[in-house]
Design a protein. Structure first.
Length: 394
């Protein structure tokens, strides 16, 4: 088992995507230029020093950041007076990030309690043709004309930003021993179906439970991507391809939770005209249950090479969803039986058992889905978070 970390630890994360490789929330927006982006993130565990990871990893040209600030967020996009901190980059107030690269800000002193909301503002003086983002954001952000990083409240001429744009992580120096749990997977990790601006994805709700107990592993980085798959690219880079960047390179990594069922839903979806446009977003040959199992074995082995504990969730039901077929259900059951009994993981979180309808086990209980029989409601995600044995992270 990994020793408890006492250095930098990731307290919030969002996996980067190309703007054209998401749900389309920002794809048709004009290029950004002479604009300030203000975004709010809720950290999981607390700390006393902060640094922000900005990203141009899917940019097609250099990214110029003219100014950046952080502070404690207040409702509606404001910043608590006295908490503002100027971010620098190797001592400079501005930085140019090469295409394909991230950049870490210099650390600043700022006390953040567990579950605190952090406001991040960055000014883009030049034209950003291709915006690296995370789609959807599920937390309201704003685009403000000009250099507005120091503006204490969001002005009336601000435009809503529907994605996480150009930020991918917040890292802290904690006040004591700490380690991060990275949850990686698809839309049901990302929180699709939950109420925006409520932090109701199941990893965020799990962070609340851990924070209430003061757990050393109370730091969670959510690396879910809506529409993502384990084996093939499509909406976002496949888990197997992004695992080193999004998971294994995480500062303070202590535990990995694998939770990905998109391959089965897509590979066994009905091949008819009603889903033709949707399925074109997912290139690559269909996969089998054995392919998915082999992928999980690879991820477990790569995580163990880093000396971290690796857990997996069973794949929840999706009966009556648009992509459901009996063949897909059989594949889901095959993979779940292996996850439970295959011995590849240090523990199994049986999300299938939590969500399935006792009368129709292939379908989610009515009160636990968001209306599409695929994604969780707030109550459904709360049930998943409540089902996790916190002692797994002791």
């Amino acid at each position: 088992m990994t020793e408890t970390n006492s250095g930098w630890v990731r307290s919030w994360g969002a996996s980067p995507q190309a703007v054209h490789d998401g749900l389309g929330s920002f794809e048709d927006h004009p290029p950004l230029a002479d604009v300030t982006l203000r975004q709010v993130v809720r950290v999981s565990g607390g700390g006393h020093r902060v640094r922000v990871r900005f990203t141009n990893e899917f940019g097609t040209g250099p990214l110029s950041i003219g100014a950046a600030r952080v502070g404690l967020a207040t409702p509606g996009g404001g910043v608590r007076p006295g908490s503002e901190r100027v971010l620098t980059f190797s001592g400079a107030s501005a930085v140019t990030v090469p295409a394909g690269a991230p950049v870490l800000s210099d650390p600043v002193d700022l006390v953040l309690p567990a579950l605190a909301k952090l406001s991040i503002s960055l000014y883009l003086p030049g034209r950003v043709e291709t915006c690296t983002c995370h789609d959807p954001g599920l937390e309201t952000g704003w685009m403000i004309p000009g250099d507005a990083v120091a503006v204490p409240t969001v002005p009336e001429n601000a435009e809503v930003l529907p994605v996480r744009a150009l930020i991918s992580a917040v890292e802290l120096l904690s006040d004591g021993p700490a380690r991060t749990i990275v949850v990686v997977g698809d839309s049901r990790v990302d929180g699709t179906g939950s109420t925006p601006d409520t932090n109701h994805s199941w990893p965020e709700l799990l962070a609340e439970r851990l924070a209430s107990q003061g757990a050393a592993a109370g730091y969670i980085s959510n690396q879910g991507i809506s529409g993502n798959r384990l084996l093939n690219n499509g909406i976002g880079v496949a888990v197997l391809a992004r695992f080193d960047r999004d998971v294994l390179a995480t500062p303070g990594l202590g535990h990995v939770v694998l939770s990905s069922g998109g391959d089965i839903a897509i590979s066994f979806a009905p091949r008819d005209d009603s889903l033709a446009d949707f399925l074109r977003m997912f290139p690559g040959a269909p996969v089998t249950a054995d392919d998915v199992i082999a992928g999980y074995r690879q991820l477990a082995a790569r995580a163990r090479e880093r000396g971290v504990r690796v857990y997996a969730t069973t794949i929840p039901p999706y009966g009556d969803a648009e992509t459901y077929t009996p063949e897909g259900e059989r594949a889901r059951q095959t993979v779940n039986e292996w996850i439970r009994a295959g011995g590849a993981f240090d523990a199994v979180l049986d999300f299938d058992a939590v969500w399935r309808d006792p009368d129709r086990p292939s379908r989610i209980r009515e009160e636990f889905h968001s209306g599409d029989y695929l994604h969780g409601s707030d109550a459904g995600y709360q049930a998943l978070a409540d089902s996790v044995d916190l002692s797994l992270f002791d």
